[in-house]
Write a protein that binds this ligand. Structure first.
Ligand SMILES: [Zn+2]
Length: 236
């Protein structure tokens, strides 16, 4: 091999290394572009500001299901619709004590509210409510599946979802399943920050038993109240 050949081969190897390096860099660059960190903006977007006016915040508490729609059925045969109503009544009474808050419920008895006619979001939109909180309990075929999770749909509800999830997941002490984006009509058709809390799994024997106790429900209701107070920056 003469000098010229050796030089050519060396150059070729260097070129291949350089090409390999460029190809390697590309996905890293596009990846880092795909993760904008705009949590700060989300928080500002989702915050309702009524501080200067002294107006009351209208909060909607929505006990999931009702009437002919029992929701999930627990291991012991309990209905999700009864759990959500029992919890919602507790949240209602706790929030009713806060002077800056006017609290409403989509139902306060065992009645069916049609999803087809969108009664729930309509009720909240007509009232020009500030926040919408839907209460549910989860279900799954595998009884070992457990935990608390929170859903939001619109980006403007993300801050509320995070705030309430932090409080509620701590209060339940169940597995923390996180905050997820979900296309549900009560979240999609409401004009204000709206979230749906899945407190725990009715199909998990241990969680169902815990969820049916008064102490637990009181604890979760209190955490919802505290989360809302922090979100709205209400003291006292
Ligand atoms: Zn449900």
């Amino acid at each position: 091999m003469n000098k010229k050949m050796r030089f050519l081969i060396c150059s070729l190897i260097l070129m291949l290394i350089a090409i390999g390096f460029i190809i390697d860099q590309k996905p890293f660059m596009s990846d880092s572009k795909e993760e904008p960190n705009n949590q700060e903006n989300d928080h500002l977007e989702g915050t309702v500001a009524k501080d200067s006016t002294g107006e009351k915040y209208k909060i909607i508490i929505d006990p999931g299901h009702g009437g002919e729609d029992p929701g999930s059925i627990g291991v012991s045969g309990s209905y999700e619709k009864d759990f959500t109503l029992s919890l919602a009544m507790k949240v209602f009474h706790l929030m009713d004590d806060i002077p800056r808050i006017e609290v409403y419920m989509t139902r306060d008895k065992d009645v069916f509210l049609s999803a087809e006619t969108r009664v729930r979001p309509k009720f909240a939109n007509d009232l020009k409510a500030d926040l919408y909180i839907s209460l549910h309990a989860n279900t799954f075929t595998d009884p070992s599946v457990s935990g608390t999770e929170t859903y939001y749909y619109d980006q403007s509800s993300f801050a509320l979802a995070n705030m309430l999830h932090k409080y509620v997941a701590e209060a339940t002490g169940f597995r923390n399943r996180g905050v997820k984006k979900e296309d549900l009509f009560v979240l999609r058709d409401t004009n204000m920050p709206a979230i749906l809390l899945e407190i725990g799994y009715m199909t998990n024997p241990k969680e169902e038993q815990t969820m049916l106790t008064e102490t637990f429900q009181q604890q979760v209701a209190k955490s919802i109240k505290n989360g809302v107070k922090e979100y709205l920056k209400i003291d006292g």
